[in-house]
Design a protein around this ligand. Structure first.
Ligand SMILES: [Zn+2]
Length: 296
């Protein structure tokens, strides 16, 4: 298993200072090495077809890049493999103007088969694109928001309100007690699927508070010895998954809210012997379970 969570890693040189230059877009368009990630709605332009899709990075010569005049549809992502890299957002109502061997595709089903760096770049582009599409108007006075900082902020010229890309922190925790781990399942999941306990952090909570509350709400189990493990950007649509380990006080789980349909303690042998359909390999929950399994 990869040492990094999928979508994480320093694959991109973000160079936040470059966003502050007033001529960033002219400079980008004049640079023959600039590459463009193209999105339409929540989908990204890919090369290939069927199951064989790979990231399409367009050059400035591509007609689709040349046809977009609205600077609000361009965002500076950073430098990717030494190339200045922009996000180009096509209007959602644009007809399916894709060449042969190209397709617009959702990231999530593709994520684990793409090179990790491409998956990370697309996750970043998707998060920015979704934020932009849901923050077109000022939430204070209703006027149109305009892009600033090369697309990384949106500002209202009427009242001065500024909006920045939104990230929703969520905790996810592997609770253990000796040779057992506490896993739960939601009603809509595939048959047999169990995963670690997770939930959004609420205003006024520390991450540790959120771990204690979520585990108690969903399973009735008290936890202590909470420690941080790793994190994963999860832009479906805007989560940052914050992974933890914790010790659970032994007791039969009791479902206190409607989040889970079932929660149980599973031994390592039960999990190794296939008693559980584990979460997908690209998820941090799988990595938390995998790490714990490897400790004994
Ligand atoms: Zn306003």
């Amino acid at each position: 298993m990869s040492p990094e969570n999928l979508f994480a890693g320093g694959y991109l040189d973000r160079r936040a200072d470059a966003r502050l230059k007033s001529d960033w877009l002219e400079e980008a368009r004049a640079d023959p090495d600039t590459v463009y990630v193209v999105m339409r709605g929540s989908t990204a332009l890919m090369r290939g077809s069927g199951a064989q899709l790979s990231l399409a990075l367009l050059s400035a010569a591509d007609e689709r890049v040349r046809s977009v005049a609205d600077p609000d549809r361009m965002l500076l992502l950073g430098w990717y493999r030494e190339h200045r890299c922009l996000l180009l957002e096509l209007p959602e109502d644009l007809p399916q103007a894709v060449a042969e061997e190209e397709a617009f595709a959702e990231l999530r089903p593709l994520a684990s088969q793409l090179p990790a760096q491409d998956a990370g770049l697309l996750a970043y582009a998707r998060a920015l694109s979704l934020w932009r599409s849901t923050h077109r108007f000022c939430s204070r006075c209703g006027h149109t928001l305009h892009a600033e900082r090369a697309g990384h902020a949106r500002a209202c010229r009427a009242c001065g309100y500024q909006s920045f890309p939104r990230i929703d922190p969520a905790i996810i925790v592997l609770v253990q007690n000796g040779d057992r781990a506490l896993l739960g399942r939601q009603a809509g999941w595939p048959q047999g699927r169990y995963s670690t306990i997770a939930g959004f952090v609420e205003p006024g909570e520390s991450l540790e508070d959120a771990v204690r509350r979520e585990v108690a709400e969903e399973t009735g189990i008290a936890v202590n010895a909470i420690r941080y493990h790793s994190s994963q950007p999860w832009p479906f649509p805007a989560s940052l998954m914050l992974g933890f380990r914790a010790q659970g006080v032994w007791a039969p789980p009791q479902l206190h809210d409607a989040e889970l349909e079932d929660a149980r303690w599973f031994t390592r042998d039960q999990i190794r012997n296939g008693a559980v359909l584990l979460p997908p390999p690209e998820s941090i929950s799988r990595r938390l379970i995998h790490t714990w399994l490897g400790e004994a």
